[in-house]
Design a protein around this ligand. Structure first.
Ligand SMILES: Cc1ncc(COP(=O)(O)O)c(C=O)c1O
Length: 454
């Protein structure tokens, strides 16, 4: 008998069929293990843990008395500051009217998915929340698979085929979500791919939602280029303070709307949504954001220091995968790597590991390593995991502060890892043990070719 919760009756809108994120199972288990006093190397977390810059913290404290509701799209001086910031940092021609702020970029992405078009086109893999947001809104999703050997870049022929297929089935794919640097793979789209995608989107009249929340965390091997540079009239660019600055919990995000007639119409729609749901971003946070976007050289330098620390920590994880022979696309931004374990399918199956969720739980139970299964990101390949460098060795405020101080004193990447990342090094060791264990009983005949022939 299905339990009823009279007088509560859950509505059709969005809730039915909305699955708990696979991330929840791992996180619940991590918390259980911690509560039992067990060790866990937490590589499932995706938030920057470095300290809050003192000038931004000070601005938040000083604004505590700002208690009135503000305009739903943000206070005018902040929208102006963000427009100027985008002009300077990203050489984008942005006016204050094009800037909208919201409680995290997540809510702004959701508002745009609500306001625009019908069917949503999503790359595979892509960030955990896009598909559930489309589900809540009752919008169908067309998934476009990408391949590790292509660095998870979208391929136009595959994109075209998926759109064609959807239209053939009476679908109406109109809203195209792109994300670079990308969660979960850490890969960055090459400028020529960005330009080609822009041409494709224009030709097919797609509205592009370009999630660029990791734009200031690139490793500088591939430059970050916004698709809005080539397709401004059809692109909304999302950003915020959650990744390049460690302020995820402050809930502050931005959207840069298209120039021309479309922008004001979309601003009007978002304003209507915001004013009826969250009203405005917490006023003191908006005043603190004014400082974050002021271009203060000290804050810009801090963003750069954080970027370099993320780069070193993430590249160490990537190099560990390479050293152990684990197939993994090379990250060029954010704090993620996305290794795949397909080549060990047999020895994994012998341990009862048949899919990526089993694999994530197995690594947690047997090697104390918490990761996220690729299926949480709708990965087109099985047995892949998302691994994040953001939490490890920065679990407490004191540790995070100590890491920052150590890096500022000596930015040498090797010494930064060797002298200040005991747990990250332990993670490399534990992955080594895991692979050695799998290799020991890879197909028996592989080790005894002569016997196999006999
Ligand atoms: C790709 C991507 N987009 C958006 C977000 C949401 O960021 P926020 O709502 O904190 O701005 C995240 C956070 O993990 C993310 O990884």
């Amino acid at each position: 008998m299905v339990e009823r919760f009279k007088p509560l009756r859950f509505s059709r809108a969005g809730i039915r069929g909305l699955k708990a994120a696979a991330t929840v199972a791992i996180n619940d288990r991590v918390h259980e293990m911690w509560a039992a006093g067990q060790n866990v190397y937490h590589l499932a977390f995706g938030e920057s843990r470095f300290p809050v810059h003192p000038r931004i913290a000070e601005a938040l404290g000083a604004s505590a008395h700002k208690r009135s509701y503000t305009h739903p799209l943000g206070i005018p001086e902040l929208r102006r500051a963000i427009a100027e910031y985008y002009q300077r940092r990203f050489e984008m021609d942005v006016t204050p009217e094009q800037v909208v702020v919201g409680p995290g970029s997540k809510s702004l992405i959701y508002s745009c998915l609500m306001a625009l078009g019908e069917e949503v086109i999503l790359p595979q893999p892509s960030w955990v929340s896009y598909a559930p947001q489309a589900h809540i809104l009752g919008k169908p999703v067309t998934f476009v698979p990408t391949r590790p050997e292509m660095n998870y870049e979208l391929e136009l022929d595959v994109l075209e085929a998926r759109i064609h297929e959807s239209r053939h089935n009476w679908g109406n794919p109109e809203v195209f979500v792109v994300n670079s640097p990308k969660n979960p793979t850490g890969t960055v789209m090459r400028p020529e791919t960005v330009e080609a995608l822009a041409g494709f989107a224009r030709e097919h009249e797609l509205m592009v939602l370009s999630d660029e929340i990791y734009a200031l965390t690139v490793f500088n091997s591939i430059p970050h280029v916004s698709i809005s540079r080539f397709y401004p009239e059809g692109t909304v660019v999302f950003g915020g303070l959650s990744k390049s600055l460690p302020l995820g919990g402050w809930r502050f995000g931005t959207a840069i709307l298209p120039p021309g007639n479309g922008g004001p119409a979309l601003a009007h729609a978002i304003s209507n949504i915001a004013s009826n749901i969250w009203t405005c971003v917490t006023a003191p946070v908006q005043y603190a954001a004014l400082v974050a976007y002021s271009g203060d050289p000290d804050i810009e330098e801090y963003i750069e220091v954080c970027r370099r620390m993320h780069t070193i920590r993430t590249r160490f994880l990537y190099q560990t995968m390479v050293r152990l022979g684990i197939p993994c696309a090379e990250p060029a931004g954010a704090f993620y790597v996305f290794p795949c374990f397909e080549k060990w399918r047999e020895p994994l199956a012998a341990r009862g590991v048949r899919n990526d969720q089993d694999l994530a739980l197995y690594l947690l139970e047997s090697y104390e390593i918490a990761t996220l299964p690729g299926s949480a990101f709708h990965s087109a390949q099985d047995l892949c995991l998302r691994i994040s460098s953001s939490y490890i060795d920065a679990a407490t405020d004191e540790r995070a502060q100590a890491l920052l101080a150590a890096f500022q004193e000596d930015p040498d990447p090797d010494r930064f890892i060797v002298d200040h990342h005991p747990r990250l090094q332990k993670v490399a060791e534990r992955f080594g043990e895991f692979i050695a264990d799998l290799e020991q009983d890879v197909p028996y005949a592989d080790h005894r070719p002569e016997l196999a022939i006999v």
